[in-house]
Every structure is written in C-alpha cells, then in structure tokens.
Design a protein around this ligand. Sequence first.
Ligand code: CTP
Ligand code: CA
Length: 235
Amino acid sequence: GLAAPRRTDLAGRRVVVSAGGTREPLDPVRFLGNRSSGRQGVALARAAAERGGSVTLVVANVGAEVLADVGRDVDVVPVETGEQLRDAVRSAALQADVVVMAAAVADYRPAEVADAKLKKSGEPPRIELVETTDILRELVTHPPRQPQVVVGFAAETGDADGSVLDHARAKARRKGADLLVVNPVSDGRGFGTTTNDVTVLDRAGEVVATAAGTKAEVAHAVWDAVATFVDGGTG
Ligand code: CTP
Ligand code: CA
C-alpha cells in the first residue's frame, strides 16, 4: 500500500536485479531489440536498497531518465547483449542471496554479426537466427551460489491456446524459478507505462501474491513475496 512501513528484511543480503531489454547486433549499426523500458527492474533495485539490501543492477539499454530513478546505493552495471547480460548477472550472482531476472532477454540472436554495415541490395536478406542462452533457466540448473532465491518475470498475453494465467502457470513450472512474477501486457499494459499489475506464482504455478499500483508499489510487493523465501527472512 501507499503507507508501507519501512522494512529492513534485506539488510545484510546481496541482491542482483537485471532490467531493460537486450540488443542483439546484426551489423555495427543495427540490432534486434525489444520495447522493455527497464522501469520495473529499476523500481525493484531501488526498493531492495530501501529495504537494506546490497544491490547490483545489471541494465541492458535502459535510458538515463529511467535509470535516474534508481537513487543512490545501487551498483549499476550496463550491458547491451544477452551474452553480456548473462556474464554480468552470473558474475554478480556468485555473491548473491537473491537474483531477479526482470530484463527482457532476446530469445534469438543473429547467427552472424557483419563487420561492416550491411548494404541495401535488390534482394531482401534472410537473417538466420540462433537461440540464446536462457539465463534464468541456467541460474536454476547451474546455480552460481547456494542457497540462492531465483525470481523470473514474464510478460504474457492471452491467446487461443490459453489465458494469461494458463501460460504463466506453464511457464512457472517450466522455468523452475522459486517465483515467477507475471504481468499481462495486452492493451498496452506493462510495457512503457508507469503502473503495473502482477501475479506472483511459485514454481508449482500456484498464486502466492497479487499486486497492482505504481512500479514502486509492485516492487515492494515482489520483495514481500521474496522475503518469505530468503533464509532467516522475517518478512
Ligand atoms: N529469460 C532469460 N534468458 C532468456 C530468455 C528469458 O533469462 N534467453 C528470462 C527473463 O528475464 C524472464 C523469464 O526468463 O525472467 C521469462 O522470460 P519469457 O520471455 O517470458 O520466457 P520464455 O521462456 O522466453 O518464453 P516466451 O518468450 O516463449 O514466452
Ligand atoms: Ca522470451
């Protein structure tokens, strides 16, 4: 809520948050990217620092205006590609009690990166893509440190195959993270906006919390849920 009490449940804890959207280069001037603003991840990092955590924020292509909201006391590591994000997250995660993957990571990247700018020619090029590493999945299967609480994010839309919650439950079980924070992105919600609504699922796909409000309020609700997983956390 608006008048949330000051909590110190992350005092003495090291936290890693990733935010923003990766850019996968095609040539020196072009990339495959996505619309993630990084606002929710920045709000999560700020909230964690407010709760006493030592916070590393790995940011992929987050604008200076958004990043200004992180406040002081957060160690910011800028990256561009998914591979760089993976390296930065895993390196910081060697010391971390909690890792939150709020970044939108490209699922595919161009198989080849041209050394020189691609020229326009008569025939539109076909761009071959290869799968990227699933960083969240890898944190679960190859933990840099244990114990470590791993939290994923999923922007979902409903479609003919199922509702937002159907897809989210399946993803929670597939990913194996301790928590999956789901936000519906239909009707322009979630991306690029200043408010958010989320449902937090555990690894079995069960709903453990819901929250709506500003990204700061949602961030604190996520940390409330995470606190129950952190060893010795009092919530
Ligand atoms: N993620 C990741 N590495 C990737 C892709 C995703 O770490 N290469 C993480 C995201 O940071 C997020 C979570 O996985 O925390 C869910 O991302 P999402 O794109 O929703 O899941 P996918 O398994 O890629 O499923 P899809 O894109 O098909 O919905
Ligand atoms: Ca994806």
